[in-house]
Design a protein around this ligand. Structure first.
Ligand code: PCA
Length: 228
């Protein structure tokens, strides 16, 4: 007797590694460009640690930025999510430790909104920690000669808004079990002023950071605290 052929099921396919999602923002506050988007673009379609990088731009707008991010999370179901933004006063790649549940805008966003002391998600926890191995990522970037630091605040503008919304969705959203993520601020480009970092060093720093995050499920114990 010939054994009946079993109909192939989707689960028979060898698991394709889920992608890494990297986002950057459009220019804001009168700037002509936003290096966070240039860094993201430079990483598009790269293979890092066996995963393909997909990138997308978020608008520097409260609310709309998170709608776009949530749609991207649903579409890609990434293994890892890194949202990038510009922090013009910083000299190093800033690995953000914590997202807080507040919007308090010193300047208007790109749609003219300037919320003051509103929650990102009403009734949700006060804060979430990044689930990226930020200490290990900092160490690996520094060993490669790229300035990087752990940052204790992502501010209270659209970057923190997106960071908080991302972490809340990863903590509570369906189909995102095991997805880790966080936020990284990058400095200005040399042509924008000082302090700054050249684009190729930011891109290399991110490549190293992504590789490290994919390789390590848990962070290493290294001091990177701040006294003030
Ligand atoms: N930086 C801003 C928002 C967009 C960006 O690139 C921030 O740090 O909040």
């Amino acid at each position: 007797m010939v054994a009946a052929r079993r109909t192939p099921r989707p689960s028979d396919k060898p698991d394709k590694p889920r992608p890494v999602l990297v986002t950057g923002f459009d220019p804001f506050g009168g700037d002509a460009l936003n290096p966070s988007w240039l860094v993201a673009q430079a990483l598009h379609r790269r293979q890092i640690g066996g995963h393909r990088v997909v990138v997308a731009q978020l608008p520097t707008v409260f609310g709309d930025s998170l709608k776009r991010l949530n749609a991207l999370l649903a579409a890609h179901r990434p293994a890892l999510v890194i949202c990038l933004g510009l922090a013009a006063t910083r000299a190093a790649i800033s690995l953000e430790r914590i997202a807080i549940n507040v919007n308090d805008a010193r300047i208007a966003d790109n749609a003219g909104a300037q919320p003051i002391d509103t929650p990102v998600v009403a009734g949700a926890p006060a804060a979430y920690f990044s689930t990226l191995p930020i200490k290990a990522m900092q160490a690996e970037m520094n060993w490669a000669g790229i300035p990087a630091e752990v940052s204790q605040t992502a501010g209270t503008f659209v970057c923190n808004h997106v960071f908080y919304g991302l972490m809340h969705r990863l903590a509570t959203g369906r189909g995102l079990k095991g997805t880790r993520g966080g936020f990284i601020h990058v400095p200005m480009l040399p042509e924008q002023g000082a302090p700054s970092l050249p684009l190729d060093r930011m891109v290399e720093g991110l490549r190293i950071g992504i590789r490290t995050a994919l390789a390590l499920q848990h962070d290493v114990r290294l001091g990177a605290g701040a006294v003030d």
